[in-house]
Design a protein around this ligand. Sequence first.
Ligand SMILES: [Fe+2]
Length: 191
Amino acid sequence: MSTVIAKLQTEHVRLARLVRLLNHQSCLRTDASAPNIALLVDALCYLTRFPDVSHHVIEDRMVDVLLAKKALSVEVGQEIESQHATLIRDGRDLLRDLESAVRGENMSQELVDIRIRLYAERLRHNMVVEELTLFPAAEKSLSEEDWRTVEGANSQARPDPLFDNEPDLQFAELFRVITTEATTVSAEFPF
Ligand SMILES: [Fe+2]
């Protein structure tokens, strides 16, 4: 397996943990009187700061190289890139609205919770589509030179601020909650 695919799959397992957290925490928010909004802000902050600017960017380059080689259907390639664009837009909008809620501005909690769960489901679906279509096509068709193009400037990849080494101080509580939840879920079935 290519090292790029192996890294992306590792990141998918990590992102699946974020998906579970978003679903679980948004349910708690609807049911409980004490909102855990700071944790949701941290999760969206991480998602907009790392996967949106690193993970999805590498996958988009993979799509472009495969389309140029006619090794991926145009429909699938456009769908994946469109899913990334939607995730990036919705992640930023959600983060902005959650931060407004932290400041006490009037927000519909129920509406925000529904949008969080929709965002989580879109992220989960995007990963499944990539694992079923993009990754097998890349494994089959990309040359060494293609892989270097896919890695691009990211070959000196920036560290993941949540999962690589010690988490950034900002994400310490998020990491603690994710790690606690992970002990109760099988890592073999991340989606
Ligand atoms: Fe992905």
